[in-house]
Design a protein around this ligand. Structure first.
Ligand SMILES: Nc1ncnc2c1ncn2[C@@H]1O[C@H](COP(=O)(O)OP(=O)(O)OP(=O)(O)O)[C@@H](O)[C@H]1O
Ligand SMILES: [Mg+2]
Length: 500
């Protein structure tokens, strides 16, 4: 079948860095085509070229079999090419309705308000936002809902080809199902979708074909049915990945973090749990379950949280950031760009910023200790020491996340609080982060984390506490953890109870 969209021998440089080298790609009508590769492989760059955001330095783009430039994003829209970018582009002060129509060519002239509302409503329903008011200010929505609004934005347009760059990175399982059903609906209507995700389970479930890039070059394009998941990973990394998840540690020795009666008005209704040093406890739940808030509350970031926290037998005042720092309890945010890192500072400065006491002499930051600290942390989290002077924002998602974790490593062992520790991180870096977390645990750390990636929860956690609407459903030890149990708990705990 004639491809609807095609790239031939595309090259693209950023300064001296070559992000794409002779890359070719094509997608047929009615196909869901995955674009896979490690962080920095060039996926987003290729997508930006095919959506008019960037111009190639060399090579051709073809639409419907004919060589055809894509001058800019407006032009892409005229060519019926849609794009949901990796970075959110919600206008926070506008309503949901206005956000759905934002950037759509010629809308106000052509349509009556009622029709605009109706079509927006239908699009929102399609992505599982039936409950959402059109008048709601988009800035008040949760991150996942904002992402769904962005997808709905493409549903009201008449697109033939839709590029989705990591649309599910911020979504819960239920929301991902909504996106999948929307994608399947579009496929039934003969639309073409190009889908980027680091969650390989999604690629195997959803996509018909897959193209793999590595270091800015083509590796292979094939039917998904013809490739195993192991092979997929091997092509992405250029090597085989023997173990994704590290071996769980032995019995923990001393100390623990104990939480009693954790409450956040309207969000968490009294939560009790304990995690011994040496263990990873995962709070699993959908958006609205309170899992993320629980971790943020422990990190002192929720002002109306109450409850008792005891660390190694000594009480710890909830909400006192000073005490948290003193007792080596640190938070790794799910929002790297917003609150995890200083993207405009160097890697070295990012490391130094959380440990002033180590690098400061007489109130001054001295270059030698800063460098020394940075080198030590870079070594622990396996970031290339040549990158210490680079701007943090120029590094791949995987490297950024390693730095965010490195910032939290303190002398002596501590407690790591982590929300979504591998969001947007590729398989290779992901395995390294898991190994790092396990290594820290073996040194006496305890980890309390949340994840909406069920596979990660099952593979990584020593204990899983499932949550639904602000309360605990069950607690599982390593040997009791299974994806189906967790899924039941976090989606339909009542059905489960009735069935049991
Ligand atoms: N505007 C830019 N200036 C300089 N370098 C860039 C720019 N955009 C991308 N790069 C570099 O080009 C390479 C490819 O980046 P790209 O964003 O396409 O990767 P990706 O495959 O989408 O990765 P990820 O999975 O992390 O999103 C990376 O090394 C990145 O640092
Ligand atoms: Mg990308």
């Amino acid at each position: 079948m004639m491809p609807v969209i095609e790239a031939r021998n595309i090259s693209k440089n950023f300064g001296r860095f070559q992000a794409l080298r002779n890359v070719s790609f094509s997608a047929a009508p009615g196909e869901v085509h995955a674009l896979c590769g490690e962080n920095g492989a060039g996926k987003s760059t290729l997508v930006k070229i095919l959506t008019g955001v960037l111009q190639p330095d060399d090579g051709q783009t073809l639409i419907g079999g004919e060589v055809h430039g894509i001058a800019d994003t407006q032009h892409a829209q005229a060519l019926k090419i849609g794009y949901v970018s990796q970075e959110l582009s919600i206008a926070p002060h506008l309503s949901v309705l206005d956000n759905v129509w934002l950037g759509c060519r010629g809308v106000p002239l052509l349509h009556r308000r009622n029709e605009l509302r109706e079509r927006a409503r239908r699009a929102l329903n399609l992505v599982g936002l039936a409950h959402l008011s059109l008048e709601r200010r988009a800035g008040t929505l949760a991150l996942g809902e904002q992402q769904l609004v962005e997808i709905a934005r493409m549903m009201v347009r008449d697109v033939a080809v839709l590029f989705l760059d990591e649309p599910t990175a911020t979504l819960s399982d239920r929301e991902i199902e909504c996106v999948f059903s929307a994608i399947r609906e579009l496929r039934r209507n003969g639309k073409t979708m190009i889908y980027i995700s680091h969650r390989l389970g999604e690629v195997m479930d959803l996509c018909d074909r897959v193209t793999i890039l590595r270091n800015g070059e083509n590796v292979i394009s094939t039917d998904v049915a013809d490739i195993s998941r192991g092979k997929l990973v091997e092509h992405m990394l250029g090597r085989s990945l023997s173990e994704m998840y590290p071996q769980a540690g032995g019995m923990s020795s001393v100390g623990a973090l104990e939480i009693r009666g954790l409450m956040v008005p309207g969000k968490i209704r009294g939560l009790d749990f304990a995690v011994p040093r040496g263990k990873i406890l995962c709070l699993a739940g959908q958006m609205g379950s309170g899992a993320t808030e629980a971790v943020r509350a422990l990190a002192g970031l929720v002002h109306d949280a109450t409850g008792s926290v005891v660390l190694d037998g000594m009480p710890l005042k909830l909400g006192s950031v000073h005490t948290l720092l003193e007792r080596n309890m640190r938070f790794v945010s799910e929002d790297r760009a917003g609150e995890g890192l200083f993207l405009n500072l160097s890697v070295e400065e990012n490391f130094a910023a959380t440990q002033f006491d180590v690098v400061r002499r007489f109130g001054l930051l001295l270059p030698a200790p800063v460098r020394e600290l940075a080198e030590r942390l870079a070594d622990i989290v396996t970031v290339n020491p040549d990158r210490l002077r680079s701007r943090c924002g120029d590094l791949s998602g995987g490297n950024q996340q390693k730095i965010a974790i490195g910032r939290c490593i303190t002398p002596g062992s501590g407690i790591l609080l982590m929300n979504e520790p591998t969001r947007g991180v590729d398989v290779g870096a992901r395995a390294e982060i898991y190994a790092l977390m396990r290594q820290l645990c073996d040194q006496g750390y305890a980890v309390v984390m949340t994840s909406t990636d069920l596979e990660e929860v099952v593979g990584l956690a020593d204990m899983v506490l499932t949550m639904y609407r602000g309360a605990r459903v069950s607690l599982y030890g390593r040997d009791e953890i299974s994806a189906s149990r967790i899924l039941l708990d976090i989606t339909h705990p009542l059905t489960y109870e009735n069935a049991a």
